[in-house]
Design a protein around this ligand. Structure first.
Ligand SMILES: [Zn+2]
Length: 271
């Protein structure tokens, strides 16, 4: 074998290795003992709920409301009553949100709420273009660097929009014609992740998994038609590694609900 052929063979071997490796290999083994004992690192990806919490700016939607109905001073007990639209704050979109005859939030099977997690970063593209949507090429480039998205993962899209969380106007970025401008996911990327990578769900640090300008909500339809969920307004995506962590989603169990507030955790081996 001459030198040129040897070099070519090596290049092919390296490329094959990179494309056949799965991001799954970077997941360190973790036990519940690691979590309970504090050896594992836990990250709470949930925003606290309050009357400033961003929500979908639809006609009949209302802000989060909390009223005190009993106090320690008067009643010997503290108790409050709460009301909110399902799609407020850090929340899950159940499969019945955009498609008929799909599971409601209470019907999502528990095993669907535990998953390997990965983060695809589009913060630079979103900085240049608020309407940017994760492309199939972005996913392919991510896989070339990190290996294939693991089977059954939750894929988070980090857009950098979390920095606007405390400013609802900036976060929803509505123009004079009432169009919203924040980044999201493209239909092609969602189809690939559902069909080729069998994702359990997609998560994002904006109001919607579709970009704000979308009127057709293609990504919601792709996910929900396949019985998958979306996680929206997810916090701290900038603090997560690209791969190597697990996701735990604990949504409120509203019977026949189309979604609802969810506590979302990332769990990873301390390193
Ligand atoms: Zn939603």
């Amino acid at each position: 074998m001459d030198l040129i052929r040897l070099c070519m063979w090596k290049m092919i071997a390296v490329v094959t290795l990179a494309t056949s490796a799965s991001a799954q290999e970077s997941f360190a083994p973790l036990t519940f003992d690691d979590v309970i004992s504090g050896r594992a690192k836990l990250l709470d990806l949930t925003y606290p709920l309050n009357d400033h919490s961003p929500y979908w700016p639809g006609e009949n939607y209302q802000p989060f409301k909390l009223v005190t109905i009993a106090t320690l001073e008067k009643d010997g007990v503290l108790s409050k009553a709460v009301s909110f639209p399902e799609h407020l704050g850090t929340h899950i979109d159940a499969p019945n949100h955009f498609e008929a005859d799909r599971p409601s939030v209470d019907q999502i099977q528990p095993e669907q709420l535990f998953a390997p997690g990965v983060v695809i970063d589009i913060a630079m593209q979103a900085e240049a273009n608020a309407d940017f949507a994760l492309t199939l090429d972005d996913v392919t480039a991510w896989e070339a660097e990190h290996g294939a998205v693991p089977d059954g993962a939750v894929v988070f899209i980090h857009t950098g929009w979390g920095r606007f969380w405390t400013n609802y106007d900036r976060y929803k970025n509505q123009d004079a014609r009432a169009a919203l401008h924040f980044p999201g996911c493209s239909q092609a990327a969602a189809e690939y992740l559902v069909q080729e990578r069998n994702v359990r769900g997609l998560g994002i640090d904006t109001l919607s998994i579709d970009p704000g300008v979308s009127k057709t909500f293609d990504v919601h339809h792709v996910l929900n038609a396949a019985g998958r969920y979306a996680l929206e307004n997810v916090a701290k995506l900038d603090e997560l590694p690209a791969t190597g962590f697990y996701v735990v989603v604990a949504p409120i169990k509203i019977e026949d609900g189309s979604g609802g507030p969810a506590r979302v955790f990332a769990v990873m081996a301390e390193r």
